[in-house]
Design a binder for this molecule. Sequence first.
Ligand SMILES: Cc1cc2nc3c(=O)[nH]c(=O)nc-3n(C[C@H](O)[C@H](O)[C@H](O)COP(=O)(O)OP(=O)(O)OC[C@H]3O[C@@H](n4cnc5c(N)ncnc54)[C@H](O)[C@@H]3O)c2cc1C
Length: 499
Amino acid sequence: MELGASDERSGRGTGRRGPNRGEGDELRRRLAAVVGAEHVIDGGDAEEFTHDASFMEHDLLFVVRPADTEEVAEVVRTCAGTGTPVVARGSGTSLVGGPVPLAGGVVLSLDRLTHLEIDVPDTVAVAGAGVITARIDEEAGRHGLMYPPDPASVELCTIGGNVACNSGGLRCVKYGVTADYVMGLTVVLADGRVLRLGGRLRKRSSGYRLLHLFVGSEGTLGIVTEVVVKLVPLPRHRATAMVTFRTVEDAAAAVARVMAAGHLPAALELMDRATLRLVRDRLPAGFDPEVEAALILEQDGNEPGPVLDELMRMVEILGGVDDRIAQSSLERDRLWDARRNFGKVLMASRHHHFAEDVAVPIGAIPEMVRRVRRLEEETGLEICILGHAGDGNLHPTILFRDDQRHLVSRAAARIFRDAIALGGSISAEHGLGVLKRDYAEAEHGALAVGLMRQLKALMDPQGILNPHKVLPEQPADDDFLNRIPGWSRPGPRRMEAGV
Ligand SMILES: Cc1cc2nc3c(=O)[nH]c(=O)nc-3n(C[C@H](O)[C@H](O)[C@H](O)COP(=O)(O)OP(=O)(O)OC[C@H]3O[C@@H](n4cnc5c(N)ncnc54)[C@H](O)[C@@H]3O)c2cc1C
């Protein structure tokens, strides 16, 4: 077990030491006094907390499982006293190394903070950070309400993790991302003080929006312990279609066309031939996987007639070579199951893979797709093109053989640069974590990243909260991936493709 900061694995030291072994025993005793000895875990029992759903992993000192905000605050205060790193963890479904404890220290698991209240009159949910996101939507549904942000990992990930990563999902094209729903937060700061921001009210125009500083901060500015999220009315009807195209470029152009025509689908997902082939066994009967590209399109609303009419109008504008409307909720569910489980299917396949998560303005989707295709031709790497195309979020997923691994870093860097050149982002919804931190300045510029560093120093002067994440540490070059711990010599395969 590692006790302090690690230069070799992180690429750069933190300057902090963390406790030595004697101090470690004392730290364990003090943490156990806060949360109970059974909630301080190490050794083999802590293995699952050393990694996330990417290829990265790192040893840790202890996993600590507090029961409420007060215990979280006391744990952080205790760690701050010894300069011990604290890494917040939800379910560990991050795809960018977000909760991997790169400087060792304590992994603070929020999995016991699972209280959930659906407040119907105020149409909000109040959830402990460890609540699984799907549970909020399910409970809201019993009251005719909905919590829209729905990452493909919705059955696994936590609302605290979603807030920390500003997660998106399939319904975000119409409904927006996590940030659009967060109304209140309870946050434990780096010195253990408890900050309560926002609440159950819909409007507020009084001062800086500190609340949103924590959304997308990936556990580097504070530990979220409770979240108040907005709920919306649950639409009573949905209609879903799959529209197919001769080329993926045609499909991308159709996405831009339908959005420009003033339509707002509830979901609009792009899948190319390589993607469809992988999920072919999950598609409903009659939905052809042997096409070059397909869009899965959904509309929702309260009246079945207008919902279907609107869907048909969009299908017409998309102008594919063929279309098929789901005829039953079973068919619809299978269609979405095929899309949602792409990552799982890929994991079970023989392919090595690396999944990207870029966003571009809607009008630039066709050009981004063309650039990815060109990259594929030039490198010989197979690249699945899929994503939440309706909001410009593409997940180009590189499939590669062992002898092609050395080509992946340069290809991934080129995708980053192309997205930025088109006015886009290197991370639409997964966060920067370790994986993309070195490209932060290429996207945001030196001034913005300089301000981010100042904020981090102000809020976490010891640098104990999730060290080595988000802020760049090394040059943004073609070799970035080869420097990430675990990439060149991958361990056991995990879910590297949550897209
Ligand atoms: C199969 C699969 C599909 C996916 N699909 C999508 C998708 O469609 N859209 C999408 O946006 N993402 C997707 N993801 C990525 C991932 O699920 C999200 O980033 C999710 O929000 C992570 O939640 P988590 O609870 O697992 O957090 P973790 O992975 O445990 O942590 C993620 C980051 O948040 C921080 N963190 C966690 N909890 C807290 C807290 N309470 N306070 C402060 N910081 C905290 C951690 O330190 C870490 O930096 C997918 C992942 C997988 C494996």
